[in-house]
Design a protein around this ligand. Structure first.
Ligand SMILES: NC(=O)c1ccc[n+]([C@@H]2O[C@H](COP(=O)([O-])OP(=O)(O)OC[C@H]3O[C@@H](n4cnc5c(N)ncnc54)[C@H](O)[C@@H]3O)[C@@H](O)[C@H]2O)c1
Length: 257
């Protein structure tokens, strides 16, 4: 894959899947602009990528906040003029029984997981229309397709991302802009560590999870990054509007009764 001369914006690049996506695009020659709310991990990603010869422009931003997104894209436009690829990766997990979900939980989940995607897209799309090309990849989840329970606001936000992705693909195809959604399954990241850490026995929770996945293992962030890079590339030039599970086969099976 060759992304030399391309500007790729990735959100949530400090750790996990977003860090792997930033690493992957930088290794393909892209100029990566990383938006991240945590200055420490943002700095770590910048140091790692620049040390390995990549081009990386860090911007500290909480993408759930309109003022942060406005100022981030002001900086991006001033420095790079255009954006070729946007990867909306930021997300925040949530586990609580539906009856215990507070309105404030709902608002926070929708702000971080769904509103942030709209905010970033709303700044990037006019640039892509002007350039008559672009690729946007929105990160949903297998929880957008079927749920484990206790995730109503998260599942709703992630399903919302898929609806928005389809609508954007429909509206923006005429400008040669492709918009796709990915649905990661169980991936080894700090988010997964926190999720397994809720169990009294995280190791057996992990083993149970692995045994439910046809490939019998959790995914590596790099395995998500590879698919994102493919979707952003010309190899996927006729792919738009999809919701692609990257889940080791998890969604292909009927639950055992
Ligand atoms: N890990 C999984 O198993 C899994 C499964 C399905 C979907 N996903 C989705 O993949 C994406 C990445 O997940 P992950 O596991 O790497 O998460 P993670 O929590 O390990 O990392 C998320 C990164 O995003 C940053 N971030 C969070 N909120 C932010 C905000 N408002 N503004 C800017 N930066 C912010 C965090 O600081 C962190 O660097 C998320 O959208 C998540 O919902 C993950």
């Amino acid at each position: 894959m060759n992304f030399k001369g391309k500007v790729v914006v990735v959100t949530g690049v400090g750790v996990g899947i977003g860090a792997a996506i930033a690493d992957g695009f930088a290794a393909c020659g892209a100029t990566v602009v990383g938006l991240e709310r945590d200055p420490e991990t943002l700095n770590q990603s910048a140091t790692r990528i620049i040390k390995s010869g990549g081009s990386f422009h860090p911007i500290r931003a909480d993408v759930s906040l309109e003022e942060d997104v406005v100022s981030a894209f002001r900086e991006i436009i001033a420095k790079f003029t255009t954006v070729d690829v946007l990867v909306n990766n930021v997300g925040m997990e949530f586990y609580r029984n539906f009856v215990d979900v507070a309105v404030s939980d709902w608002d926070r989940q929708i702000a971080v997981n769904l509103r942030s995607v709209f905010l970033c897209c709303s700044h990037v799309v006019p640039l892509m229309i002007r350039g008559q090309h672009g690729s946007i990849i929105n990160t949903a989840s297998v929880q957008a397709l079927a749920t484990t329970g206790q995730t109503a606001p998260y599942a709703a936000a992630k399903a919302g991302i898929l609806g928005m992705t389809r609508d954007m693909a429909r509206d923006l195809g005429q400008y040669n802009i492709r918009v796709n959604g990915i649905c990661p399954g169980c991936i080894e990241t700090p988010m997964m560590d926190r999720s397994l850490g809720r169990s009294s026995d995280p190791q057996s929770a992990r083993e149970k999870m692995q045994s439910a996945i046809p490939l019998r293992r959790l995914g590596n962030p790099r395995e998500i990054a590879d698919v994102v890079i493919f979707l952003a590339s010309d190899l996927a030039s006729y792919v738009s509007g999809v919701a692609l599970p990257i889940d080791g086969g998890l969604m292909a099976q009927l639950p055992v009764v």
